[in-house]
Design a protein around this ligand. Structure first.
Ligand code: AMP
Length: 188
């Protein structure tokens, strides 16, 4: 089952701005600010995701910094469940669990609060971000979720840059739902 109708998919895709050569030459940055400032589209997206996830008995929505916070917090509110942030290293104030992941050059690190899921036993969670490219960030976030004893029922991305292979790899370990799939020939 698709969370979003074909009509809404077309409208969402048209609303996302592509910024060429940002943040560096060769990258096409998918700018979702032109979607989230449109209340009709944003409401339709969150309502569709809410209807899709309502039956799954989710306890928490986990959002990846920073654009995953926007969609994740809105969805958590719509589902009346808690929201948990996964943040870049050094941003969370309390005791954290950390996971490193590889970048093209070097590595990055994401963190989650050790008590993020409060005292809920084996919580059912959804992981959400605006975009999946190589999938490194999402894989690290998934390891954080599992290290706290939670069950990631599904990972959800607004945009999947299919040719970078991240969603395909992530599918080997968790169910993945992409609202929009984009084929990228070069760049990104
Ligand atoms: P990755 O770990 O390679 O899957 O990268 C995913 C993260 O980087 C997400 O948090 C995205 O917001 C961001 N990102 C990667 N590529 C792009 C892009 N072309 N446009 C916008 N955000 C991107």
């Amino acid at each position: 089952m698709q969370p979003v109708s074909e009509k809404l998919k077309k409208e969402l895709l048209a609303s996302i701005r592509s910024v060429i050569d940002y943040p560096k030459p060769g990258i096409v940055f998918r700018d979702i600010t032109t979607l989230i400032n449109n209340p009709i589209l944003m409401n339709a997206l969150i309502d569709s995701l809410k209807n899709y996830y309502l039956e799954m008995k989710i306890d928490f929505v986990v959002g990846i910094e920073s654009r995953g916070f926007i969609f994740g917090a809105a969805l958590a509110y719509a589902l009346s469940v808690g929201f948990v942030p996964v943040r870049k290293k050094g941003k969370l104030p309390f005791t954290v669990v950390s996971e490193k992941y590889s970048l093209e050059y070097g590595f990055d690190e994401v963190e989650i609060h050790i008590d993020a899921f409060r005292d809920v036993k084996s919580p059912r969670v959804i992981l959400i971000d605006d975009l999946i490219a190589t999938g490194g960030t999402a894989q690290a976030a998934l390891r954080l979720i599992e290290s706290l004893g939670a069950n990631c029922v599904e990972a959800c991305f607004l945009l999947n840059l299919e040719s970078l292979g991240g969603a395909k790899k992530l599918r080997e370990i968790v169910k993945v739902t992409n609202v929009l799939d984009i084929e990228v020939k070069d760049g990104d």
